[in-house]
Write a protein that binds this ligand. Structure first.
Ligand code: MF3
Ligand code: CO
Ligand code: CO
Length: 262
């Protein structure tokens, strides 16, 4: 089975959800500075989303305790905001926002710099961004998800970065994590061989590691870290397949691309 293509009305709802998710990241941008706690970021994200009459999807999702994921340095994904965790000069952090608007999900994440970051960190962040876009650009009606994976791996290979395997992109709509599973590496998996159809919606959200692709799970059951303690970066967009390509729902209304922003 593959995801049922969304109709015009459903796609319009995806557009609205995607836009609010991207707007939330724009809004948070000036607040991401050395000295700010990840709990403060969580509060700002939570309030912005609820003030826009939307729901922060992570909150209570399978027991996740907060409204946003904040993943610093060697945290690969699903970092849990806390009061004690404060951004330090030179940190890189992924902020992953998912909103529900009129029952539909918009899911997007970006990387941010706390102050000035080292060249190796910047290179990882920029390469991961390129990898995400290389993956997105393969998408059109009739293409296959294996092309997304191949494009991401080709970029990672340029720098010998590991492509995380344990976490994937996903179909999205009324369901947060739907089919298809969107692997970011070529696993020769049957789901990577199916032809995409116009109206199908999913995320592309590669995580690239400076070192090994392997991760370890912390005791909190959510936080995934690199196995070797080296840096990890991630970018995520939500998109739809169209007849001649793709439509990205989560582009920054402010026009932000790579950090530093503004
Ligand atoms: N937003 C994440 C994704 O890209 C999922 C977060 S689930 C949570 O799929 F529970 F950790 F919030
Ligand atoms: Co996602
Ligand atoms: Co996400």
């Amino acid at each position: 089975m593959s995801q049922k293509p969304k109709n015009r009305v459903e796609l319009d709802k995806m557009r609205k959800a995607g836009e609010l998710a991207a707007q939330t990241l724009d809004y948070i941008t000036p607040h991401v500075q050395p000295g700010v706690s990840t709990e403060r970021i969580n509060q700002l994200v939570h309030d912005f989303i609820t003030e826009h009459h939307a729901i922060p999807a992570p909150l209570n999702y399978r027991g996740f305790p907060k409204s946003v994921c904040t993943s610093i340095n060697d945290v690969v994904c699903h970092g849990i905001p806390t009061e004690k965790e404060v951004l330090a000069e030179g940190d890189i952090v992924n902020i992953d926002v998912t909103v529900i608007v009129d029952e539909f999900h918009g899911d997007t994440s970006r990387m941010f710099y706390a102050g000035e970051v080292k060249d190796n960190a910047r290179q990882l962040v920029e390469s991961t961004y390129k990898a995400m876009w290389a993956g997105i650009e393969t998408v059109k009606s009739g293409s296959k998800l294996i092309e997304v994976a191949d494009a991401i791996e080709a970029e990672a290979k340029q720098h010998n970065y590991g492509v995380v395997r344990e976490f994937t992109g996903h179909g999205i709509g009324k369901t947060f994590h739907d089919e298809p599973m969107v692997l970011h590496y070529n696993a020769g998996h049957p789901t990577q061989m199916k032809r995409l159809r116009s109206g199908q919606c999913f995320t592309i959200e590669p995580m690239l590691n400076e070192g090994t692709w392997q991760t370890k799970m912390l005791d909190d059951g959510w936080t995934a870290k690199t196995n070797d303690g080296k840096l990890s970066a991630q970018w995520e967009h939500t998109l739809a397949v169209t007849d001649d390509g793709y439509e990205v729902f989560t582009l920054s209304p402010a026009g932000y691309k790579l950090p530093p922003y503004g």
